[in-house]
Design a protein around this ligand. Sequence first.
Ligand SMILES: NC(=O)c1ccc[n+]([C@@H]2O[C@H](COP(=O)([O-])OP(=O)(O)OC[C@H]3O[C@@H](n4cnc5c(N)ncnc54)[C@H](OP(=O)(O)O)[C@@H]3O)[C@@H](O)[C@H]2O)c1
Ligand SMILES: [Zn+2]
Ligand SMILES: [Zn+2]
Length: 384
Amino acid sequence: MTPGRPVPPPLAKPITVEESGAAPVGGALAAAYGATSPESGLVPLTVARRAPKDDDVEIAIEFCGLCHSDVHATRAEWRVPHYPLVPGHEIVGRVTRVGSAVADFAPGDRVGVGCLVDSCRECESCLEGLEQYCERGNVGTYGAKDPRNGDAVTQGGYSTLVVVDRRFVLRIPEALDPAAAAPLLCAGITTYSPLRYFEVEEGDSVGVVGLGGLGHMAVKIAKAMGAEVTVFTTSESKFEAARELGADRVVLSKDPEAMEAADRSIDVIIDTVAAPHDLNPYFRTLRLEGALFQLGLPAEDMPPVSPGQLIRRRLAYAGSLIGGIAETQEMLDFCAEHGVASDIEIVEATGLNQAYDRMVAGDVKYRFVLDTSTLQEPSERADA
Ligand SMILES: NC(=O)c1ccc[n+]([C@@H]2O[C@H](COP(=O)([O-])OP(=O)(O)OC[C@H]3O[C@@H](n4cnc5c(N)ncnc54)[C@H](OP(=O)(O)O)[C@@H]3O)[C@@H](O)[C@H]2O)c1
Ligand SMILES: [Zn+2]
Ligand SMILES: [Zn+2]
């Protein structure tokens, strides 16, 4: 426990989730929080992590960011997941053990794990370092079947320990604060990747729609790339904060006149909104051959996009999914070099449910990060 923090109340015997698919001989139990049904909220659980195999890295998790995707997933807003489900894919911690074939990580190293823990490693996408677009389906950090580990369902970072293949472990530069670096593993890379794909450079005009976890990282990263940044927000209360983050212009997206005034002023838009919304007013703000990348994945359908809008200015309407492992490392190094990290509010395990509600209400500046030292240690060991 962190000194001075309230101790979570004693727990009923937590459910043990067998991630390893078999009794974890040589493995370890991790204290965790996760959902047992769409309505359960987050409750204490215990995850049985596998014993590190030759290529594995065992990590004692220090911090894990709370992504809006965790809310969508645990509440079954996209599909009904396999329960119990321990979310969390913005993981930072220290290496505790490594397998015999691991040469590039050693106990004590500060490392990270993002949204991926494996992929087929041999399709065209994987060979190009685009593991997120693996043609056979990437293996997500939580809620995914893990073929190299007996199809066990992966469990995420709201826990004290995780075991991950070395190929999917990132190095966290020492210059970065570990808690503020955690959100880079999803919010950071998800916004960095389309900005790099569009080859944003000095003087380009970047629009960011939605100033939440992803949005605030998009502002910081685009500024660090030398772009002029316009924030589109539904919240008048965020105007000041957007400027503090570095935005050059802030537009209230609910105000048609303000939107019209932004006509043809932007090269690329990064849309991070977590709910359905009309994109057509944003297309009007794009210059010739501009692009809008939609990153938010709302549970319900979006209003239709007008083809005329796209055609008249040769616009591109694109999506983008997180980033590959090499690009994630590049982003971490870029952030360390440019002094970029997330603005965070630390939460304790017992505050996770309230944090979810606040995230859904847009009441966070700009990312909650779980301090895993507030998770209750497992009181008993699983059968070996
Ligand atoms: N493509 C990917 O690879 C990827 C990766 C991670 C997350 N995501 C998705 O990206 C979305 C954003 O994630 P996040 O973690 O950045 O979420 P977040 O922190 O909750 O931020 C979302 C922002 O969207 C804006 N918004 C406007 N209307 C909204 C509404 N009705 N409901 C909710 N938000 C509204 C709000 O900003 P304003 O107040 O400024 O309007 C809000 O702060 C989620 O759908 C998530 O699943 C996608
Ligand atoms: Zn995420
Ligand atoms: Zn693949």
